[in-house]
Design a binder for this molecule. Structure first.
Ligand SMILES: NC(=O)c1ccc[n+]([C@@H]2O[C@H](COP(=O)([O-])OP(=O)(O)OC[C@H]3O[C@@H](n4cnc5c(N)ncnc54)[C@H](OP(=O)(O)O)[C@@H]3O)[C@@H](O)[C@H]2O)c1
Length: 313
């Protein structure tokens, strides 16, 4: 099946991707077959973008869990889709260590080690799109971008994306690495959903410069996604008008927000993927989009402790 496509730099991918993070949470650990079936369903239906990260794992000592799962799902896929067109994006820069301590390491040595581990877990020679996950407060953003550039220069990563980035950070990164036309920064992955829309300056920059914007937790995250229609009733109401669920309406609204938007909803069940793909056929009028834009976000990030962000340097 061919779905509508959007671009990430020189890559063409399905207009929605699959966020694989929830498949590596604790409750899913014993559900490996279901996780693999979910990814296979995404491939069957024409999804060609799978988002993962080294730290998506049930415990600190299983870092790489989700990357291994994605690699396994791709290897074991025998359906009709062409696996070679599937883009796997991963991330580095956050650490997990003994005692479930979370930290950051974007030092030259630390980020390179994380990247090499991701290469091994994914079983590839170069990562198609490597996203800097979050800034390391012990370093300037400039230093972290220089390290990222060195991974690209040395051939470990083909393309660079940034995650949880501010507008000043993005501008600095563009100055140092270039933008999508010159093989520099091709994507941004920031939180964006009915509940969180704080980084509109970042989204505006991405739209202006043709940088793909992958909104993370587009349905408010696993804890809110299932009842998001009751929290944000206008999405359920517009959904009723167009014959879609609130979740499908949210994905359609995101796609209508900017041509650079590529939502990456998480899913742990094949039926969820069916609904995600149905969202691509939902057409909203300008008036409906305006009503949805006018809804009030809560604004608090899902991870408020991760703010504020870096020193540019
Ligand atoms: N860069 C970052 O810092 C960062 C942070 C968080 C997440 N992410 C990325 O963003 C992706 C998405 O975020 P997320 O997984 O936290 O949150 P999400 O996509 O907002 O919510 C995921 C939940 O939504 C449900 N869902 C998805 N589509 C649905 C539909 N059409 N109808 C009904 N339910 C639906 C899924 O249900 P089922 O489980 O029942 O299938 C899943 O539990 C992650 O997988 C990860 O790749 C990145």
């Amino acid at each position: 099946m061919t779905l509508s496509v959007r671009t990430i730099g020189d890559l063409s991918v399905s207009a929605v991707g699959l966020g694989c993070m929830p498949q590596s949470f604790t409750e899913m650990v014993d559900e490996r077959e279901r996780a693999v079936a979910t990814i296979h369903r995404a491939l069957d239906l024409g999804i060609t973008l799978l988002d993962t990260a080294n730290i998506y794992a049930p415990t600190w000592d299983t870092v790489g869990h989700n990357e291994l799962l994605v690699a396994e799902a791709l290897r074991s896929y025998s359906g009709p889709a062409d696996r070679s067109g599937v883009v796997v994006t991963t991330k580095g820069g956050i650490t997990r260590s003994v005692g479930e301590e979370w930290g950051r390491d974007s030092s030259a040595q630390g980020l390179r080690a994380a990247c090499e581990a991701s290469l091994a877990a994914l079983g590839v020679e170069a990562i198609t799109l490597y996203q800097h996950h979050r800034h390391d407060p012990t370093l300037t953003y400039r230093e972290q971008m220089i390290t990222l550039a060195s991974l690209q220069q040395d051939g470990l990563v083909e393309r660079i994306g940034l995650s949880n980035v501010t507008a000043p950070e993005l501008l600095l990164a563009l100055e140092l690495l270039g933008g999508p036309q010159s093989g520099g920064v091709v994507s941004v992955q920031n939180e964006w959903s009915p509940r969180y829309r704080r980084d509109s300056d970042v989204l505006d920059l991405c739209t202006q410069l043709g940088i793909a914007f992958l909104p993370w937790s587009p349905l408010g995250g696993s804890t809110q996604a299932h009842d998001i229609g009751s929290r944000y009733a206008e999405f359920a109401s517009v959904g009723g008008e167009v014959g879609a669920t609130a979740q499908e309406t949210i994905l359609a609204w995101l796609l209508a927000t900017s041509p650079v938007m590529i939502p990456i909803p998480g899913a742990t069940r094949p039926q969820t993927v069916d609904s995600i793909v149905r969202a691509l056929a939902v057409e909203l009028t300008d008036e409906q989009v305006a009503r949805l834009n006018a809804t009030e976000p809560e604004m608090d990030s899902m991870y408020p402790d991760d703010e504020p962000r870096s020193v540019l340097g």
